[in-house]
Design a protein around this ligand. Structure first.
Ligand SMILES: Nc1ncnc2c1ncn2[C@@H]1O[C@H](COP(=O)(O)OP(=O)(O)O)[C@@H](O)[C@H]1O
Ligand SMILES: [Mg+2]
Length: 590
């Protein structure tokens, strides 16, 4: 029974509902865009009136009146275009507020299931769409209102109207050519730069290995394999777009000149006034401007469209885990794992039917060679991975189905790789609850035996982790991770190889912590192979290739792995213990 249902349906548009919800705002933005265009008509009409009326009538009064009307018109133009931009900005902000947490949540869920996600790219894509909304969309919104200018031109003189239509058609043609010429190149460029960004990310995370082993040249060379084509494609696209834009600009200017020339010719034939000639020259410029701008904006439109596509794909594959919503009371700490099997997608089973029980307050050591499935079993016990079959229960309730926020209050978990969050050491121990009471944090740190170590940090509990990232050793991080696991008196704690990076002091602190956990009656599981820690537990489970090789009271299991025990077992059942896990054998030397 697989609980993770990955909903995937390619043709559906998962972003559309968000835009549909903003359709009223879009409509208002468009209306404001119309009003702004209407007031923008004031300028050519003003020129027309001044040239045709004021100059012939010599009426200063008319001039003053017209100028006043004109100024009011410009103020309204400013107000309406500001309102439009502000509404579009609002849509962008609102979209981000609605989507960003959802995308982050989905990225965390997918990562917890071992899937690859590029969470930073999602946020970059969202930013690209947001920036296009506030920049590009306003220009595109203006384009339909060019018809308004076209109408006025037509009223001034039909022939000039025809010329404007020719201009609009030509520019639309250039727009299509532009799209065809740069779309593919831009897509290729963004695909390659995605890869180069990802590589740059991993390279900086592996900086120490790169530096010490002289891998710099190789890494840069490897990075350039993606970065160079990305830059080349982008440059190629930019060159083409530049050419098309320049030609479009020349055409627009030609048309403007043509309008003036034709206007002058019409004026000579008394078919048009001087004012009409000047006004139509301004108007054709206005009518063609949005189309010319659209060509210039096409690149950012393509970027936004790519981002839209990627986000849509991310939303299409959102992983919804069918977890329960039940809030359960504080558990006592009984653990039961019932014939649990775990088979990841497209893979052989990793856990092949593990069963065991722990009473409240009991402790267990899970030992076994690398890749035996210890971490996978731990994640199944903690309800992180959905069991393919069987169940892991805490006080009878399936851990995977348990409401996470509620479950988290009662348990502590230390993953094999401990990394901390940006924030203070206190915040980290308090599981990023920024309002956590200090005494609870100190209690957890003392239980983990890490209080003194934290006090020795530059700012004690208030030390910012980011500033200490490189001076905190993995062992120190692990010890803070232990305090985080023990925060707020959990009833059940699982530590995945808590001693991998510990020195003697750290190990002693860990042993002290385990003793205190025992005294506090906490049920705990320690994944380990070091004999010192195994000596602290009540029971031992030997895991090998995803199956339980041994499970029982500590001494009984360990006896099997002492040299004498091995010999004894070999005599009893030859072959069964012949290929002992090396770690388990180590454990026998206690
Ligand atoms: N999501 C996964 N998909 C496929 N294989 C996996 C996945 N997670 C772990 N494995 C494989 O399962 C095996 C057990 O891994 P793990 O539980 O980390 O072992 P251990 O903690 O005992 O070293 C390894 O061979 C690992 O490569
Ligand atoms: Mg492991």
């Amino acid at each position: 029974m697989l609980m993770a249902s990955v909903v995937s349906s390619a043709p559906e548009d998962h972003l559309k509902p968000y835009f549909l919800r903003a359709r009223r705002t879009f409509l208002f933005a468009w209306l404001f865009s119309f009003c702004a265009s209407l007031f923008m008509l004031a300028l050519p009409l003003y020129s027309l009136q001044v040239l045709d009326r004021v100059l012939s009538s010599h009426s200063i009064e008319t001039l003053l009146m017209l100028t006043l009307i004109m100024m009011v018109g410009i103020v309204f133009y400013g107000i309406f275009s500001a309102l439009r931009t502000s509404l579009l900005n609002q849509i962008g902000l609102w979209l981000e507020a609605a989507l960003a947490p959802k995308l982050l949540e989905d990225a965390i869920t997918k990562s917890s299931l071992g899937q690859f996600v590029n969470a930073a790219q999602h946020q970059r894509d969202l930013a690209a769409i947001k920036s296009f909304l506030s920049g590009g969309v306003s220009t595109l919104m203006d384009a339909p209102w060019s018809l308004l200018y076209l109408l006025v031109i037509y009223l001034i003189h039909p022939q000039i109207g025809v010329l404007t239509v020719v201009g609009i058609v030509l520019l639309c043609g250039f727009g299509v050519i532009n799209e065809l010429a740069i779309r593919k190149l831009n897509a290729l460029s963004s695909e390659e730069s995605l890869k180069s960004n990802l590589l740059a990310d991993t390279a900086s995370r592996n900086a120490e290995a790169v530096e010490t082993m002289g891998m710099m040249a190789n890494i840069i060379h490897h990075w350039q394999r993606f970065q160079k084509p990305a830059a080349d494609h982008a440059e190629h696209a930019a060159a083409r777009a530049n050419l098309i834009q320049s030609v479009a600009k020349i055409v627009r200017l030609f048309l403007q000149i043509a309008v003036t020339a034709i206007g002058a010719w019409l004026a000579l034939n008394n078919e048009l006034t001087v004012g009409g000639m000047i006004a139509s020259s301004i108007l054709i410029g206005r009518a063609l401007q949005p189309f010319e701008n659209a060509i210039a904006l096409w690149k950012s439109f393509l970027i936004a469209r790519e981002s839209y596509r990627r986000l849509n794909a991310a939303l299409a594959s959102t992983t919804q885990l069918e977890r329960g919503t039940l809030e359960l009371p504080v558990p006592e700490g009984h653990i039961s794992v019932e014939n649990i099997i775990y088979t990841p997608a497209k893979s052989a089973p990793i856990i092949k039917g593990v069963t065991f029980r722990l009473a409240a307050g009991e402790s267990l050591g899970i030992i076994g060679p690398s890749a035996a499935g210890k971490s996978t079993l731990s994640k199944l016990i903690m309800g992180l991975l959905p069991p393919t079959h069987g169940a892991a229960r805490l006080d009878g309730a399936e851990t995977f189905k348990w409401n996470r926020a509620n479950f988290g209050k009662y348990v502590g978990y230390m993953p094999q790789q401990v990394d901390l969050f940006s924030g203070t050491i206190k915040d980290n121990i308090a599981r990023m609850d920024l309002e956590a009471p200090m005494e609870n944090v100190i209690a957890a740190a003392q239980m983990a035996g890490v209080h003194e170590m934290i006090l020795r940090l530059p700012n004690g509990y208030e030390t910012q982790y980011d500033q200490m990232r490189y001076s905190l050793s993995p062992g120190q991080r692990q010890r803070i991770g232990l305090a985080r696991a023990l925060y707020n008196n959990p009833r059940f704690v699982l530590l995945d190889e808590p001693n991998t990076n510990l020195d003697g002091d750290g190990e002693r602190a860990l042993l002290g912590a385990l003793t205190r956990m025992k005294q506090a009656g906490i049920t705990f599981i320690v994944v380990a192979h070091r004999p010192t820690i195994v000596s602290m537990v009540d029971k031992i489970l030997v895991l090998k290739s995803g199956t339980v090789e041994r499970f029982g009271p500590r001494d009984e299991v360990l006896r099997m792995y002492t040299p004498a025990g091995i010999k004894h077992a070999q005599q009893q059942a030859a072959g069964e213990v012949a290929d002992l896990p090396p770690h388990a054998a180590e454990g026998g030397s206690v």
